[in-house]
Design a protein around this ligand. Structure first.
Ligand SMILES: NC(=O)c1ccc[n+]([C@@H]2O[C@H](COP(=O)([O-])OP(=O)(O)OC[C@H]3O[C@@H](n4cnc5c(N)ncnc54)[C@H](OP(=O)(O)O)[C@@H]3O)[C@@H](O)[C@H]2O)c1
Length: 323
């Protein structure tokens, strides 16, 4: 019998797809005894999962419910195989990205501020915002109170499972899409990350959807912000450390750049952090993947890996093979 530890916070009914031949053991960060298991499904909240880990013995396989697994290798070490929930976050995270782009282009943060202050006339601040972002409103009447996504140039940095879903959702907006990943390829054309700096000046919207790794840390720093056109919109749906926080604060405070970010560095963002008061910035507290459909979908992905593991078949979503 394969012993599988799962977060006690997850309702057992959600595990109905799990194959026969496994013994399900709920574990939590409050546990005060050790358990012998074979497979660990960590709590989606890494801080809770890291508190649980010291009580687990014999773990050979970790099945993460997340797409980003950056904290796991250093916690469990190289002798454990790690799989992620590749594909389970495509729809939710791509929808967040579309919502963030549209909210920023339609100036929803400004209009929500207006609603809260109960002052209709502040809408003319939208014209000032448009002009401060390099827009020419001199020939435009009625005044510019929002912008259009249709036809914009979008630079998609990361062209994996979620990047492809973002492309699918952007299709009705007929954007001019440029794709970037680690490696170049064709059909469709994907540029290597070494060309990022050359591609930045043209982009009106830059979407980050790639993993946090040693190579991607600080990928967007002061030199990259300097290359962006005035009014460029940066969307970070990936991980906070991919953007240099000091450079982001400086770019926003200069009034040249705007951004919507679901992730920050550090996380959670502490009270009083300069990002909280930056202009032209929308922050959501790392919520992009969290929808009611998340747990069933991620657990179905884990159940598939468990079935393959039991049958001795190759696993599909290995991010670290045991050494
Ligand atoms: N905000 C949220 O709640 C949320 C939710 C889910 C996921 N995420 C983040 O999104 C990331 C992507 O998820 P995914 O499922 O799409 O992953 P994926 O399918 O593994 O795709 C990752 C993509 O990033 C590219 N990439 C990796 N390192 C790069 C680098 N240094 N420079 C440029 N491109 C690089 C890869 O290039 P190649 O194709 O050339 O290998 C690939 O195209 C996750 O790792 C996670 O951090 C965030």
């Amino acid at each position: 019998m394969l012993r599988v530890a799962y977060p006690a916070t997850i309702a057992p009914e959600l595990l109905h797809d799990f194959p026969d031949g496994v013994q399900l053991i709920p574990v939590s960060d409050k546990m005060d005894h050790d358990v012998e298991i074979d497979v660990w499904i960590p709590d989606p909240y890494s801080t809770r999962a890291m508190r649980t880990w010291p009580h687990l013995r014999g773990v050979k396989l970790v099945l993460s419910l997340m797409a980003g697994t950056e904290w796991i290798p250093s916690t469990v070490g190289p002798r454990v195989t790690i799989c992620n929930a590749h594909g389970a976050h495509n729809v939710s995270t791509a929808e967040w990205t579309l919502a963030a782009i549209l909210a920023m282009l339609k100036y929803f943060p400004l209009y929500l501020d207006m609603q809260r202050s109960g002052i209709w006339k502040r809408r003319f601040e939208a014209v000032e915002h448009f002009q401060s972002m390099g827009g020419d409103a001199s020939q435009v009447y009625p005044p510019v109170l929002g912008e259009e996504l249709t036809g914009k140039s979008v630079l998609l940095v990361g062209y994996g499972a979620i990047g492809k879903e973002i492309e699918r959702m952007l299709a009705p907006f007929a954007v001019e899409l440029t794709r970037v990943a680690r490696r170049a390829r064709s059909h469709p054309e994907v540029h290597p990350v070494s060309e990022l700096d050359a591609l930045l000046p043209r982009a009106e919207i830059i979407v980050l959807i790639l993993p946090a790794t040693a190579e991607s840390r600080g990928l967007i720093g002061a030199p990259q912000f300097a290359l962006m056109r005035r009014g460029a919109l940066l969307i970070n749906a990936a991980r906070g450390p991919i953007v240099d926080t000091h450079a982001l604060v400086a770019a926003l405070q200069s009034g040249r750049t705007r951004a919507a970010i679901d992730v920050t560095d550090p996380e959670p963002l502490p009270e009083g952090h300069p990002l909280w008061s930056c202009p032209n910035l929308l922050i959501t507290p790392h919520v992009g993947a969290s929808t009611p459909q998340f747990s069933p979908r991620a657990l179905r992905t884990a159940a598939g890996e468990l079935r393959r593991y039991l049958h001795g078949e190759p696993l599909r979503n290995v991010v670290q093979a045991a050494s």
